[in-house]
Design a protein around this ligand. Structure first.
Ligand code: NAD
Length: 483
């Protein structure tokens, strides 16, 4: 990999290398070695970013949709041009295989394009009036104001891209605070917007300890909208803070996606797709398929084939070997989290069929793990593992499968495989989730809304909803000036 970039914050158009609150190390999770040092913003530096985004809002919110689109379009093109270099940084910071990083970046450019285009497309509407005196009732979508964007490390380009593009397209300004362990991925994305000609102050980038930085930014009077992706626990805390200041809040939180495999499914296709998708990004995906609910007549065969495929995955440092299929977990505490889940198996709590342990050596590697028949109240079945652990549970009837699938408070993604049309429609309707995939495991595209229900959050990113999330609805009712 070329040299790791020097980390800098972007405040009011200036790249700033010095963090007045000190620095924090950035570690390559495949080696455990520090690859860079990240500046931490002081409250004064955060206030400078807040002031910049507040002042820039006056101009940016009045810039035409066509002009906003033109800048976003150039940023997307720059991101595509720079993808090979940025993918290397993504791999070094969070351990994603390079091909997956390239896919993430290509998808991010498409999201920026789509949301930029919404700036040109999204008008309001005219509502017919009652009575002759009223001549127009106009509904418009006004930019909500300066936004604070808080993003995690698992999609260190795509998640910031979705939030930045939604905010900027809608006419909002923004301060991005990316995850502590993936700052350079976010910085290289932000550089694309700056080099595309974004006026100073419209997009700011700060780093630091997530708790205090987020609290400072959310509580600031100028902040009008907060968009957060991360865990349910932190989402609840930040949501409470946003509510206490009456700030708009969009939380995209954890999930524990069920996958129902019916006896009517194309078995080989389903098991191949499930095994390949489960371990993508080492399972560190909020919509990762995780609880596999399989008809009891095909359960044994599913467990055997799924586990065999999991056991054959090539694991290693993706920065050293491009053919690696699964890299390390993003940081050391994820290993402890996996061990915590596996510890509650064995006996009648579930059988670890393959994997189950950390891999010795440097870096944060954990074996792809399959637990057969985990107990309903086991940690696996009740807590989001957010890692390379899958569980397989047999079911008697399709209604039982839906009951198990819907039994948690999470409701982000849910999936089902069935070749029976009536059953497929039933599952699409009955699964309680913000997104349902039938006969496939993809629930994200630039044009479609992405978001959950229950403890997985509310609101959407992506699609037209990703634009509208950064707007307020406004009504102008106009009457004749005189009699
Ligand atoms: P973590 O909660 O320590 O950190 C996850 C993210 O939240 C990081 O980006 C971090 O910067 C941020 N964060 C942490 N504390 C915060 C605070 N007080 N205020 C604002 N932001 C804060 O957990 P982790 O071990 O790094 O990651 C695993 C957990 O995070 C899982 O529970 C998973 O649900 C969640 N997560 C979810 C997503 C997602 O896409 N929804 C992505 C990454 C992590």
């Amino acid at each position: 990999m070329a040299a790791y970039p020097t980390l800098k914050m972007l405040i009011d158009g200036e790249w700033i290398e010095t963090g007045e609150a000190g620095t924090m190390a950035v570690v390559n999770p495949a080696t455990g070695q520090a690859i860079g040092h990240c500046p931490k913003a002081s409250p004064t530096q955060l206030d400078a970013a807040l002031k910049a985004s507040d002042e820039a809002f006056v101009i940016w919110s009045r810039t035409s949709g066509a002009d906003r689109y033109a800048i976003l379009r150039r940023a997307a093109d720059l991101l595509r041009e720079r993808a090979p270099a940025i993918a290397n940084v993504v791999t070094a910071e969070m351990g994603k295989p390079r091909a997956q990083g390239l896919g993430e970046i290509a998808g991010s450019a498409d999201v920026i394009d789509f949301l930029g285009e919404e700036a040109k497309r999204k008008g309001g509407r005219l509502i017919p009036t009652r009575g002759a005196q009223l001549i127009a009732q106009m509904v418009t979508h006004e930019p909500v104001g300066p936004a604070v964007l808080l993003t995690p490390w698992n999609f260190p380009v795509n998640l910031p891209a979705k939030k930045i593009a939604g905010a900027l397209a809608a006419g909002c300004t923004a301060i991005l605070k990316p995850a502590e362990n993936t700052p350079a991925s976010a910085q290289l994305l932000v550089e694309c917007f700056v080099d595309a000609g974004l006026p100073k102050g419209v997009l700011n980038l700060v780093y630091g300890d997530p708790g205090p930085v987020s609290e400072h930014l959310i509580a600031a009077p100028s902040t009008r909208k907060v968009s957060f992706t991360g865990s349910t626990a932190v989402g609840k805390q930040l949501g409470a803070l946003a509510a206490s200041h009456m700030k708009r809040f969009t939380p995209e939180l954890g999930g524990h996606a069920p996958v129902i495999v019916s006896k009517h499914a194309d078995f080989e296709r389903a098991v191949a797709m499930c095994a390949a998708t489960k371990f993508r990004n080492a399972g560190q995906v909020c919509v990762s398929p995780t609880r596999f609910l399989v008809d009891k007549t095909i359960y044994d065969q599913f467990v055997a084939e799924f586990a065999a495929r999991a056991g054959k995955l090539k694991i290693g440092d993706p920065g050293e070997d491009e053919s690696v299929e699964m890299g390390p977990l993003a940081h050391g505490r994820r290993i402890a989290a996996m061990e915590h889940v596996v510890a509650d198996s064995g006996g009648n709590r579930g059988e670890v069929v393959t994997g189950g342990s950390a891999i010795a050596g440097s870096g944060f590697f954990f074996q792809p793990t399959v637990i057969a028949n985990p107990a309903p109240d086991s940690r696996f079945m009740t807590e989001e593992p957010f890692g390379p652990i899958a569980g397989v549970v047999p079911y008697d009837t399709i209604e039982d499968a839906v009951r198990i699938a819907n039994s948690l408070r999470y409701g982000l993604a849910a999936y089902a495989f069935s070749g029976n049309l009536d059953e497929a429609h039933y599952l699409g309707r009955a699964l309680r989730a913000g997104m349902v995939g039938i006969n496939q495991l993809i629930v994200a595209s630039p044009e479609t809304p992405f978001g959950g229900v229950g403890d997985s959050g509310f609101g959407s990113e992506g699609g037209e909803e990703g634009y509208l999330a950064f707007t307020d609805t406004k009504l102008v009712m106009m009457a004749k000036a005189g009699g």
